[in-house]
Design a protein around this ligand. Structure first.
Ligand code: PLP
Ligand code: ZN
Length: 467
């Protein structure tokens, strides 16, 4: 299959190609990012997306059961017997009228794509199953990542459950103090070698790249283009849930910008293959405390520009940020990233799909999260950035109330229970210690625990009063 799938530099003026089995994930000619590319003319491409519905009848085959691999004709880099699946991608696209009302949208216009249902509790499994499969194809013995938490949780789960003889060993780099306990507990529980570095995520990312190169460890960070191939299926499942109708907008939180890059690539390919008429527009939501992409796209007007990204401007921005000691700082730890590695791919996605970028404060994110939770889908703070961003974009008139919008909820509420408990805290001191001192003014939708004496009559009275 080697000649039908390969890796290719994303820069149209370079276009260097790299063997499918190469694991450096960097263009040998210009140092840029790589795509996984396909010779579609020689591959069997389905005539319509409805083709994928037939897979539901074949669920006893694990590859057709997987919500990722049942779409494998749209990312055909792995022969079937090499594919590693643990049942990822069984997720939900739910119509959410209460969230629509909160955002100022009409009923029936807002859908939540809930990726918390994945085996490790976040969307990362969509990509990890693909990267893990590629790691196996290349004969890797160890796989590593730097992570704000969910990538490491996902890698740990795949190494533990993915089988193989010998199994792949997970090596995880985390910054000190910044990872939520839900995620750290997964890495430890599933047996990953966990290396805690005295630094933040950006430091951990730099180190893991150097260490992996030196030791020949397979790298599964967002720079890995195979992960993005698996993540394309999040959008395929949205389309499927909407009966193959393309929504007007897809709203997604932006951290390392892997998702938006992957979604953009998916829609560009679907359009080029004649499987959709038009792509949806893409909206990326940064946390206000980690808003590099918003600043560059919004304030500095940085664009893909057909591949001619203004690199001097980009590096001047990064240099100035470092000189000013700029550190990402948000309660939405999964998007607490100042140097998004997929930035050029994200610019490409926005250009091709007509996208926008905005940002939301931690307070706005936590309020949106509580609204999502009140509707029955529990998500972690970073995930709710999509809903907080939708609210803003509706207010600004960018998105109109009768358009159809899919917001991606990237991770499960139990990933970061601290943030949730602090938000709903009855004790103002708890709120202040966790959220107030980080700039969150109030919890508009707090559901406070009711304090009652240990007495039947008082308990009955309290319940009658409140419920
Ligand atoms: C990784 C992650 C993100 C950020 O996604 P990118 O693809 O890096 O932009 C957002 N939310 C959650 C829960 C994540 O785990
Ligand atoms: Zn190149």
């Amino acid at each position: 299959m080697a000649d039908l799938a390969f890796q290719r530099c994303i820069d149209p003026s370079c276009r260097a190609t790299v063997d499918l089995a190469d694991t450096s994930f960097q263009c040998p000619r210009c140092g840029g990012l790589l795509d996984v590319a396909y010779d579609w003319d020689r591959l069997p491409v389905p005539k319509s997306l409805a083709h994928f519905e037939t897979k539901w009848a074949n669920r006893s085959d694990p590859l057709d059961f997987s919500g990722v691999w049942r779409f494998r004709e749209l990312f055909p880099f792995a022969p079937d017997p090499t594919i590693v699946t643990i049942g990822e991608g069984q997720t939900l696209c739910q119509r959410a009228d209460a969230v629509a009302a909160y955002c100022g949208m009409n009923p029936g216009q807002v859908y939540l794509q809930y990726e918390g249902m994945n085996p490790s509790g976040s969307f990362k499994d969509n990509g990890m199953t693909a990267a893990f499969t590629h790691a196996r194809m290349t004969g890797a013995r160890r796989a590593a990542c730097a992570s704000t938490g969910n990538t490491s949780a996902s890698l740990a789960v795949y190494c533990a459950a993915g089988g193989g003889d010998p199994p792949l060993r997970a090596v995880i780099f985390i910054g000190s103090g910044k990872i939520s306990y839900g995620k750290l507990s997964q890495a430890l529980e599933h047996g990953a070698l966990t290396v805690q570095i005295a630094g933040d995520f950006d430091d951990a990312l730099r180190q893991v790249q150097d260490v992996s190169r030196r030791l020949g460890i397979y790298l599964v960070n967002s720079v890995n283009p195979f992960r993005l191939e698996g993540q394309k299926t999040i959008m395929l499942r949205v389309l499927e849930a909407l009966r193959w109708r393309v929504p007007d907008w897809v709203v997604v939180p932006g951290g390392n910008l892997g998702n938006v890059s992957s979604f953009g690539k998916a829609f560009i390919e679907l359009q080029d293959l004649g499987l959709i008429d038009r792509p949806p527009r893409l909206a990326v939501v940064n946390a206000a405390g980690a808003n590099t992409f918003h600043q560059l796209h919004g304030r500095h007007g940085l664009r893909w520009n057909g591949g001619a990204v203004d690199r001097p401007r980009l590096s001047a921005f990064m240099t100035a940020m470092d000189a000013a000691g700029g550190r990402a700082d948000t309660l939405a730890s999964a998007i607490e990233i100042n140097r998004p590695v997929n930035l050029p791919k994200a610019l490409r996605a926005l250009e091709r799909c007509g996208g926008v970028v905005c940002e939301a404060t931690d307070g706005e994110i936590l309020d949106a999260k509580a609204k999502v939770g009140a509707g029955g889908l529990g998500c972690e703070p970073a995930s709710a950035a999509s809903v907080a961003g939708l609210l803003k974009l509706v207010k600004e008139g960018v998105i109109s109330k009768d358009e159809t919008v899919a917001c991606v909820l990237t991770g499960h509420v139990l990933k970061d229970p601290d943030a949730t408990v602090a938000y709903h805290a009855a004790d103002p001191a708890v709120f202040e210690a966790k959220l107030g001192k980080r700039g969150v003014r109030r919890a508009s939708f707090a559901n406070r625990a009711v304090q009652v004496p240990n007495d039947l009559a008082e308990i009955v009275k309290a319940i009658e009063l409140y419920a």
